[in-house]
Design a protein around this ligand. Sequence first.
Ligand code: NAD
Length: 482
Amino acid sequence: MTSTITQRVGHLIGGEMTAAENARAVHDPGKLDEVVAEVAVGTVDDVDRAVRCAHEAFQSWRQVPVAERVQKLLAAADVLTGSADELASLLVREHGGVAWEAHTDFALGTGVLQHTASLTEEFFTPVQFDDAESFISVEKVPRGVAAAIVPWNMPVVLTMMKLAPALATGNTMVLKPSPFAPAALTLALSRMAELLPPGVLNVVHGEGDVGAALCSHPLVRKVGFTGGTETAQKVIGATSETIKNVTLELGGNDPAIVLDDVDIDAALDRMLKGVYTRSGQICFAVKRIYVPRGLYQRFADAFCDRVDEYAVGHGLDSNAGFGPLNNETQYKKVLDLLDRTRNSAANLVQLGRKLDPAGWDNGYYVLPHVVRDTEHSTPISCQEQFGPVVPLIAYDDEQQVLEWANDSEYGLGSSVWTSNPDRGLDVARRIEAGSTFINTHAFESLDLRMPFGGIKQSGIGREFGTDGLAAYVEDHSIRRLK
Ligand code: NAD
């Protein structure tokens, strides 16, 4: 086994990168015998130190004029852009994505910082009433120390969706990255932290115990969490004792509803990006596709033909359409789902090709799969697969497909595919989800003006824009009688 340690990454506390007593090796999910980084493993004491540091920094950061904080955020956006070329390949080697996906993560993160900065000053304008009886001022104040807990699939943008509104509104932050993609993110954050007063932005590495310690720390006033629904239940439990405000961005099982007037070729160009980008490991990936029965064979044949063009390999191989899964748990979960589907009445089709057959077993690689001739109620249709496999389900009429689309405890994204814009809008309005896209369902569907988040068990609250800013402030209502 070869082992090439390229990065050592510590905690970032009070403006300093500190070495840790314990470190954990991060392996390349596309070359398991390579160690990409050695990353600190934090303790409850590290969390306490970071939170106290952030609490102290909060006392002065909250007093910094809004315009100055906005300038810092814009400078941080420049630093993030400047870091992208250097850090994207490190990100590829720890999270398993392909190069353009890692660059997209940095670019989206920069966009979130800039967009949030552009909204902050107006957002802070107090709402005031002045009449014969009284003067009222409703003012926005930061909450205090905000904890951010993020997953591994798009770590940069998912962090910026919390960091930008938190810091712009005068909070300070302690972030816990995922142990499966901590290095590139922390190196980018350490550069951004140099622009800020010490303690405003802190990072503590670790696993569930570190996350839990952040969630229960009495000086943490806000938790912004992105991850799985089961972990979110623990976050709610840990934050309940100290009554913290939480924003939760969780899993999804996004339906794509194809209508009978769809232009199949045009739809496939965009839809495939929504299914197989990041090997399907995106919270709002297309996870089940409903096709009118009369169109089913034609659509399924065309879909499989296109999927067969995918080449799967290491993210740094420019021929790779997508890379390996991120970690062993996720890999085993997807393989188990494929086995169960293979042994069911459905027709599981394996497609695409291996770019490096000799290196295939040295990574968590899975070829693209399509599940044909399956039903709405099967595990592959009802579960979040988070992998490169998607079921195609035939439906008979609009009422039935809407019932099926809404028959889920998830409600994150969704899409409608049609040549008729009005019909698309009509169907979109009847879907239960945080977002519905028409003729698109991928990164390119996102617009920072659209609040992002889920309903039902896909989450609580929204990120992006003023909704995102509002999650990090309290209203302070002041009334003076005359
Ligand atoms: P996860 O829930 O296992 O982990 C997320 C984060 O929580 C990690 O940093 C992890 O270390 C931490 N954590 C683990 N136990 C904890 C605890 N007890 N208390 C506090 N924190 C704890 O999720 P994952 O495997 O990293 O990511 C995949 C999941 O994330 C999928 O379900 C996916 O849909 C979801 N996700 C959602 C969005 C969204 O915006 N809605 C985006 C990306 C991913």
